[in-house]
Design a protein around this ligand. Structure first.
Ligand code: SF4
Ligand code: SF4
Length: 377
């Protein structure tokens, strides 16, 4: 049986030459860019642009990685454009400021490639979907001939880990993401939704920016952490399997990996072939998010008790600037603004942690009762 290839290339810094060398090594080991892009094809280059964050914060795909991929696509005769749908409400103004902060505007200026400002949605049927039979997606992504996904290696407060599979949640337009979060509150349901998105809208190639990733309270409030690698695969599950293992998370503990294995999408480790450079040992491993969310099927009174023990968002009055972004993005309507400060209705909170992900001032911390930390491990 043919193994699934995951290629890794050492890349110790965000240096143009080093990135280009590492990228060429990866792509050549997977068969060359011509295998993925034909002349004249429209290529959606989809980085992780979760929020308006600077490259040094390590929450978004580094612009030098995006630039190198865009140039490779252009060399192959493809027509690349950069596209993502950041969390929260989407508009031309929001996209412009996210593109500017994350370095994408500069990439577009240097390479001549387009930035997407089209926020139109389309609804596609997904007969093979398990969580949903229809998906609302960004129309431009569904129209592209090829998708090249550029995830960033990070820990994540809700899913523990975010990489290639979770990246495609950015194919869901703006506030529709909040609606899906609200309708799929359990980690298992949400993880299946991520798989459904990937099976309906698969990227042809996934290239992981793991030069500097994020550890701790990712995907936006953690700390930068060097891993010194670029990795690539045509299979996002195999890529995430290798990358989560690399940073010290047991891949089989991740719900989306469990589901992908059950559905024959993620090969067992013996069927994953590592190409190019050997993987380093990251010592110490990445710090994990400071808490763990657990799904339970319990009667109401027990649910309320357990709810008190689950992690919850806490707003720091020192750091909060009263911008209201958390209130606007909360899918459960659990946050109200009182005298310019957010207040949480705990019983309404579904623990999606979008408020933490999208707070521009790192003013949302996730706290958990000590008993919860001990009981819900
Ligand atoms: S917690 Fe963050 S997002 Fe919410 S109002 Fe304060 S600064 Fe804005
Ligand atoms: S308060 Fe935060 S964690 Fe709770 S539902 Fe709203 S966005 Fe999600």
């Amino acid at each position: 049986m043919q193994k699934t290839a995951v290629a890794a290339a050492k890349c110790p810094a965000y240096d143009k030459l080093k990135i280009n060398n590492a990228l060429n090594k990866l792509i050549n080991s997977l068969g060359g860019i011509e295998k993925f892009v034909q002349p004249g094809q429209v290529v959606a280059v989809k980085p992780n642009l979760v929020a308006k964050k600077k490259p040094a914060e390590a929450a978004t795909t580094h612009p030098l990685v995006v630039e190198a991929v865009v140039r490779l696509v252009q060399q192959a005769g493809g027509k690349p454009f950069i596209v993502d749908s950041p969390g929260g409400p989407s508009s031309r103004g929001v996209l412009r400021s996210v593109y500017r902060a994350t370095g994408m505007t500069e990439v577009a200026e240097k390479t001549g490639c387009d930035l997407n400002f089209d926020t139109s949605e389309t609804v596609l049927n997904h007969p093979r979907g398990k969580a949903v039979k229809q998906l609302t997606l960004l129309k431009v992504l569904t129209k592209a001939d090829v998708i090249i996904a550029l995830p960033k290696l990070k820990t994540h407060c809700m899913t523990r880990y975010t990489g290639a599979v979770k990246l495609m949640y950015g194919a869901v337009p703006g506030l529709k993401k909040a609606e899906y979060h609200f309708n799929m509150q359990k980690l298992r349901e949400f993880s299946q939704l991520l798989i459904d998105i990937n099976t309906l809208l698969p990227a042809s190639l996934n290239i992981m920016d793991a030069v500097v990733g994020m550890e701790g309270d990712g995907p936006t409030a953690g700390s930068p952490r060097e891993a010194g690698l670029l990795l690539a695969s045509t299979n996002p599950y195999a890529l995430d399997y290798i990358c989560s293992d690399l940073i010290g998370i047991k891949p089989d503990s991740l719900v989306f990996i469990q589901l992908a294995k059950e559905q024959g999408l993620c090969p067992p480790p013996a069927e994953i072939e590592l190409l190019a450079d050997p993987l380093p040992e990251l010592n110490p491993p990445f710090k994990l998010p400071s808490h763990k969310n657990v799904d339970f099927n319990l009667p109401g009174f027990l649910k309320r008790f357990i709810s008190r023990l689950q992690p919850r968002p806490v707003f720091s009055p020192e750091l909060c600037m009263g911008c209201g972004e958390c209130h606007r993005c909360c899918p459960a309507g659990a946050i109200t603004m009182v005298n310019g400060q957010p207040q949480l209705t705990l019983d309404s909170c579904i623990r999606c942690f979008c408020c933490q992900e999208l707070c521009p001032h790192k003013a949302v911390q996730i706290h958990q009762h000590w008993l919860g930390k001990r009981l819900l491990r």
